[in-house]
Ligand binder design. Structure first.
Ligand code: ADP
Ligand code: MG
Length: 705
């Protein structure tokens, strides 16, 4: 039985950091779930309507609320969990500030904050409605079993700005809610937790379902599936010096793919409380990366330490915890993890179920891989890709002689300036041979023209020298170049170049850009105001074709001889069922048998049709994960993305093809509709800033006189 709810002494109220506890959708669910766990509930059911915007309901079978506590329940700073500040050191419950329910009254629609509750010694329960201030508006006797149901309707209606913000970011908010729910399900407590979400049309889907299992491993399997559990290993140790015990699981360093592409499954707990410890997380990530090829490990780690060695009373949501000797703790975690990985390093796992050797014998060797087709030369100066360049140049019939810069038909002042500038700056002699050394700037490769078929030429263009030359003109007292672009065209500067481009160029800029001509049969030179850009004709056309395929294509599927039963967690199953059209668009189909227990009711019946790629249940799981992160009908598993990328590549204009102005304008115009126009699907840069022409244009102006 819980203790009486009493007001916290006024003098202590200000010491307990106050403020709004409820800022997000996830925080509503977190606070209500914590209250149910604090009330000793064994069964907690969460119901969301329209992702929680319309209704959030949490039902539990905990102690219930006594009649004398009905008004204290929603009073500000009233709690049954502590009575004064000194109790904080001993507090074992999630809550202790007495703020959450009071905040919820003011955030939900007036008279729509409702509690239905019954204690063990009551015969009948009561339904209590509260007004905005948390005062009781009505009490109605209502039958129910022991426990409490809290219902929040139309959250944030009295805070229009917050509501709008929530509606605009609902997918992200919902994903965050899912992570918060998962973290509570990973606490080794023997409570059953389930969360069902109903769409605005009333269609249900299971968000999370955790059985009444107590062990961490069982909880992990419950939430993320049995397959996931095979990729992690136990990580436990005791630090007597620092008086803490750590136990949990981390990604194995073998196999290589045991980590993940994002840090989405990293959970830390202090004394069973889910929390954020960014420095501890960073340290674990660093150690993992020293041993593994994957980017981010998975970890679920519980740290138990003396309560007086940590402070949870830092932020209203109590997710930030200050540790007494954080640096020492981080060092010891790092060392222990290093030892764990060191001891498993060098051990190779022998797969017993691999394909038999006979399968490899007699198979034709395919020499023409996708890569042969996919790798034209790059703006970043990758020098190893000469073959495809020659092939594509042979296709070109319009190229006559050596013309590096093909100007647009309309003669413009800028074109004249660029043309004369390029001819002055470029070397007179091409280097003949197969070597191409990086000049530390841009190394553009050019194919031979048809009259020189078979001889490879590399034209080296030193952009740094070009820039210096422009700068030289500028320093002769005419005008300073702009400061918008500072990145050079180098692999190391890719990130900086992309951020400069996305900061400076809007989609409209591509419409305003004027094509000056084609350079080296591979690059479009375009100008916007006084800025000159170089655009990789293949990479940008490829990106446009890729995004169009991503959005529109419905993949053909092929039926499996026998449907394969999937082993999914209840949450994964819920996501799959809620997104069947997305799976079908990607060529997957299923047989659903609702008589089977949750997690085993779906079998894979069709996979995408492909001559060279094999699809199976892993790809279904990947798509489930992608959908849990970002809902949307454009989600594609990585193998499908790869297929579409190579299809887009083949459809796109090759390097070595002479283009008309109109064709170039189409390519540049298409960039306005590309969502992420700075890289092709294989990651190659599509465009870079070349020069600021201001000084040159001024120089021309002056020489006109
Ligand atoms: P806190 O959890 O910090 O005490 P809350 O505003 O969340 O503050 O809750 C106020 C009080 O209401 C709690 O101290 C608890 O006694 C009571 N309470 C809230 N939810 C429940 C519940 N589900 N079952 C029983 N009592 C509850
Ligand atoms: Mg609480």
């Amino acid at each position: 039985m819980s203790r009486r709810i009493l007001r916290i002494r006024q003098s202590d109220v200000h010491r307990i950091c106050s403020g709004q506890v409820i800022v997000t959708l996830a925080s509503v669910v977190k606070e209500l779930l914590e209250n149910s766990l604090d009330a000793g509930a064994q069964n907690i059911e969460i119901i969301l309507k329209n992702k929680g915007l319309d209704l959030i309901e949490v039902r539990d079978d905990g102690y219930g609320v006594r009649e004398c506590d009905y008004s204290g329940l929603t009073a500000k700073h009233a709690t049954s969990k502590i009575t004064d500040f000194s109790d904080l050191n001993r507090v074992e419950t999630f809550g202790f500030r007495g703020e959450a329910l009071n905040s919820l009254c003011s955030l939900s629609q007036s008279l729509k904050f409702t509690v239905i509750t019954k204690t063990a010694d009551q015969v009948f329960g009561n339904k209590i409605e509260y007004d905005h201030e948390g005062h009781i508006a009505s009490i109605t006797p209502t039958p129910r079993e022991r426990g409490t149901t809290v219902i929040v309707v139309n959250l944030f209606t009295s805070y229009p700005v917050r509501l709008k913000n929530l509606q605009n970011n609902i997918k992200k908010e919902f994903a965050h809610l899912l992570t918060v729910l998962q973290s509570y399900c990973l606490i080794p407590l023997k409570a059953r937790i389930s969360c069902k979400s109903f769409s605005s049309k009333g269609l249900p889907s299971v968000v999370v379902s955790k059985l009444a299992t107590g062990s961490l491993k069982e909880n992990i399997i419950n939430i993320f599936g049995a397959k996931f559990a095979q990729l992690i290993e136990p990580f436990n140790f005791v630090s007597e010096k620092l008086q803490f015990v750590l136990d949990g699981y981390v990604s194995k360093v073998f196999p290589d793919n045991s980590g993940r592409a994002s840090p989405d499954r990293q959970f830390l707990f202090i004394n069973n409380r889910p929390c954020e410890l960014p420095k501890v997380s960073k340290a674990i990530n660093e150690v993992f990366r020293q041993f593994s090829g994957s980017a981010y490990p998975v970890f679920v780690l519980h740290i138990n330490l003396r309560r007086d060695l940590c402070d949870v009373n830092v932020t209203p949501d109590k997710r930030v915890i200050l540790l007494h000797s954080e640096t020492a703790l981080i060092d010891s975690v790092k060392n222990a993890l290093y030892d764990l990985y060191q001891s498993s390093h060098g051990k190779f796992q022998v797969s017993s179920g691999g394909p038999p050797l006979s399968e490899f014998v007699g198979k034709p060797i395919s020499c023409r891989t996708i890569d042969d087709l996919e790798d034209p030369p790059t703006l970043a100066g990758d020098c190893e890709r000469k073959k495809s360049l020659i092939i594509s140049s042979q296709k070109s019939s319009r190229c006559r002689g050596r013309r590096l810069f093909r100007g647009a038909r309309a003669v413009s002042r800028e074109k004249r300036v660029v043309s004369s500038f390029l001819s002055k700056t470029l070397p007179n002699e091409n280097h003949v041979g197969s070597d191409s050394t990086d000049l530390g700037a841009l190394s553009l490769q050019t194919a031979a023209s048809p009259c020189l078929v078979g001889i490879e030429r590399t034209v080296k263009v030193d952009i740094a020298a070009m820039r210096r030359s422009v700068q030289g003109v500028a320093e002769h007292g005419i005008q300073k170049t702009n400061q918008k672009f500072s990145a050079s065209i180098r692999v190391e500067h890719n990130e900086l170049a992309e951020s400069e481009l996305s900061r400076t160029l809007t989609k409209d800029c591509f419409k305003k850009m004027r094509v000056l001509g084609q350079f080296n049969l591979g690059f479009i030179i375009a100008i916007l105001d006084s800025d000159l850009f170089v655009i990789d004709q293949h990479a940008s056309d490829e990106k446009y074709n890729f995004e169009t395929l991503q959005k529109t294509i419905i993949l053909q599927s092929q039926r499996l001889l026998r449907p394969k039963q999937l082993e999914l967690s209840a949450a994964q199953e819920g996501i799959l069922l809620a997104n069947l059209p997305v799976f079908r668009k990607n060529g997957f189909d299923f047989v659903i048998d609702r008589s089977q227990p949750p997690g085993r009711s779906i079998s894979l019946s069709s996979v995408p049709y492909s001559k060279s790629t094999r699809f199976d249940s892993d790809d279904v799981e990947e798509l489930i994960f992608l959908l849990s992160e970002a809902h949307g009908s454009f989600c594609r598993p990585s193998k499908v993305r790869k297929m579409l990328a190579s299809r887009a590549c083949r459809q796109s204009v090759m390097i070595g093809t002479a283009l008309t102005t109109k064709e170039m304008e189409t390519i540049v115009g298409h960039m306005a509709s590309i969502e992420q126009p700075w890289n092709c699907p294989h990651g190659r840069p599509t465009m870079r800033h070349l020069l600021d022409l201001t000084p040159l244009l001024h120089e021309e102006d002056n020489s006109d006189f």
